[in-house]
Design a protein around this ligand. Structure first.
Ligand SMILES: [Mn+2]
Length: 283
């Protein structure tokens, strides 16, 4: 793909993000029709991305939605060790363009780190630098324009998806110490660049970890939902649950999972756990 083709894909992706009919502000609200698949962090794992897309089979399931998150940083490298995960992001953006109202890429902390060019470490490497170096080698003199299009695409992503059956999906949730200052209007209004910078609300939403039961109960009430499906926190077994109102899924390794829920039925936490699908079983 030429740099111009890549830029064009990101531009179309921005338009698809902005024009998604179910989006209001930074929240996508799904109707009580069809079903939904949610993938956790992908981190450049192309094979798992392909498994998720193949399992979702959006062509043949016209009422199905797919949520993707944290696609960049990790996976295959070029000959000089540069991170090639931007290639998987481009594939995901193409899918967003094709199924604009049914594919939802939600904002993650690696995205905000890329946009603000702040450090994000993974296995001892600063991932933005290693990815930008690979992009520089690929796109040469056009690097600035490609980076800008990619940053603007990532910035145009919604923050969360709310299901009619009271399930909330976001990359993470704010940690306890940031909750007092959390701006809940962030879901309804236009996002500002300052929102993604520490300690502002899109930053704390996407970076938060280890939310206590008390915090989850409080957020559930405030956001008017019963359950959270999140990514972000690494799960070696592919998922975890607090057996009450939280399921975390992880799709970045060989024990990765996705979550497959109906949008028309009520859930219990046990039923949500039963809706988990092991990626390795998908051809
Ligand atoms: Mn994350």
């Amino acid at each position: 793909m030429t740099p111009d083709e890549v830029i064009n894909i990101f531009e179309q992706g921005i338009k698809a993000n902005e024009d998604t009919g179910l989006r209001s502000g930074n929240l996508v609200s799904l109707a009580a029709v069809g079903d939904l698949m949610v993938a956790g962090d992908i981190h450049g794992h192309r094979r798992n991305f392909e498994r998720v897309v193949s399992y979702a089979d959006l062509e043949n399931n016209s009422k199905r939605h797919l949520v993707l998150q944290e696609i960049i940083h990790g996976g295959p490298e070029d000959d000089e060790g540069g991170c090639l995960s931007f290639e998987v992001l481009i594939e995901a953006v193409k899918l967003k363009i094709k199924f604009a109202d049914r594919v939802h890429l939600i904002m993650a902390n690696h995205d905000t780190a890329f946009i603000s060019n702040s450090e994000v470490m993974k296995n001892g490497r600063e991932m933005n630098r290693t990815m930008r170096i690979a992009m520089q080698r690929r796109y040469g003199d056009s690097i600035k324009a490609v980076e800008s299009a990619m940053e603007r695409f990532l910035f145009s992503q919604p923050l969360a998806v709310k299901c009619p059956n009271r399930i909330w999906i976001s990359h993470s949730l704010p940690a306890a110490r940031y909750l007092d200052k959390f701006d809940f209007t962030i879901f309804d209004r236009q996002l500002k660049v300052s929102d993604i910078v520490r300690p502002n609300s899109a930053y704390t939403l996407t970076w938060g970890r280890k939310q206590s039961e008390k915090i989850l109960d409080m957020l559930a009430e405030k956001l008017d939902v019963d359950f959270f499906i999140l990514g972000h926190q690494v799960q070696e077994n592919g998922w975890m649950s607090n057996n009450k109102n939280l399921v975390i899924i992880d799709s970045q390794h060989n024990h990765g999972y996705l979550c497959h829920i109906e949008l028309t039925k009520s859930y219990t936490i046990d039923a949500l756990i039963e809706s988990l699908v092991r990626l390795a079983q998908i051809q």
